[in-house]
Design a protein around this ligand. Structure first.
Ligand code: 13P
Length: 260
């Protein structure tokens, strides 16, 4: 099945509102509209409203980097997925930095996935093992547990639109991405888990991304891996030239698949 490629710029806690607007402007000048690649920008909460007005919607969609699962109420400091429903198409959920620094639990991730779906926002669910878990040969178990808990409130119809991102924690902010063999094995396993839970049709329509030290020179190798539909990019998305090179390389990968 042919799935539209997806490239997500996770700007994390970088960029002021003004800087995000400048970067978006630069990206708009260099990035071309490719029908086979969807480009998504994930700035901090403050930028979502202004960027939603500024972006060319043929080129870019917006994602939240997180979001609270209760729709509204006395939760000082929180921003709910419900409050962002008119601003974003996607929400990154369960990023390893949220799990690590904000102690996000499996249950919270599950509730955030469900809240996103309830509010017509597509979750980009992050999965991945730590260095220690990999050393202990626990990668498969970790991915299994993350998938089964996070998706436990979803029907197969909900799950079809979901995006899963394999982001091994040890490859985030590192000097190079995981090797193609490592990514291939994890993505195969992730797709197998989804098939077990929801069947072939859901798995075939679900997009799986890779994230962790993506740089332009690695893109063609990563996109050639069976079952990988795109990238979740951190640092390289803060530079308009690198990010444009990544989007272009993903487009070329999509083209070569069409010509196969
Ligand atoms: P880097 O691309 O900076 O390694 O970050 C990856 C990431 O965490 C994207 O969500």
């Amino acid at each position: 099945m042919k799935r539209v490629k997806l490239v997500v710029a996770n700007w994390k806690m970088y960029l002021s509102v003004h800087e995000a607007s400048l970067l978006t402007n630069r990206l708009d000048k260099v990035i071309k509209v490719h029908r086979d690649v969807e480009v998504v920008l994930a700035p901090n909460y403050l930028c979502l409203q202004p960027l939603s007005v500024e972006i060319d919607r043929r080129k870019f969609r917006l994602a939240a980097q997180d979001g609270f699962y209760i729709d509204d109420g006395a939760y000082t400091g929180a921003v709910s997925l419900s409050q962002m429903r008119d601003l974003v198409h996607y929400a990154i959920i369960g990023h390893s930095e949220r799990r690590r620094y904000f102690h996000e639990s499996f249950d919270e991730v599950r509730d955030k996935v469900a809240a996103a779906v309830r509010n017509d926002i597509t979750p980009i669910l992050c999965l991945g093992e730590t260095k220690e878990e990999r050393a202990q040969k626990e990668t498969k178990q970790v991915l299994h547990d993350q998938i089964v808990t996070a998706l436990s409130n979803l029907t197969s119809e909900d799950a079809e639109n979901l995006v899963l991102a394999y982001e091994p924690v040890w490859a985030v902010g590192a000097s190079e991405p995981a090797s193609p063999d490592t990514i291939a094995a994890a993505v195969d396993w992730i797709r197998y888990q989804v098939r077990e839970l929801y069947g072939q049709k859901t798995e075939a329509s679900m997009r799986v991304l890779y994230g962790g030290s993506d740089e332009p020179e690695y893109v063609s190798g990563i996109m050639a891996i069976d079952g990988v539909d795109g990238l979740l990019v951190g640092r390289a998305s803060l530079n308009y030239e690198s990010f444009n090179d990544i989007v272009t390389a993903v487009h070329l990968a999509a083209l070569s698949e069409t010509n196969d």
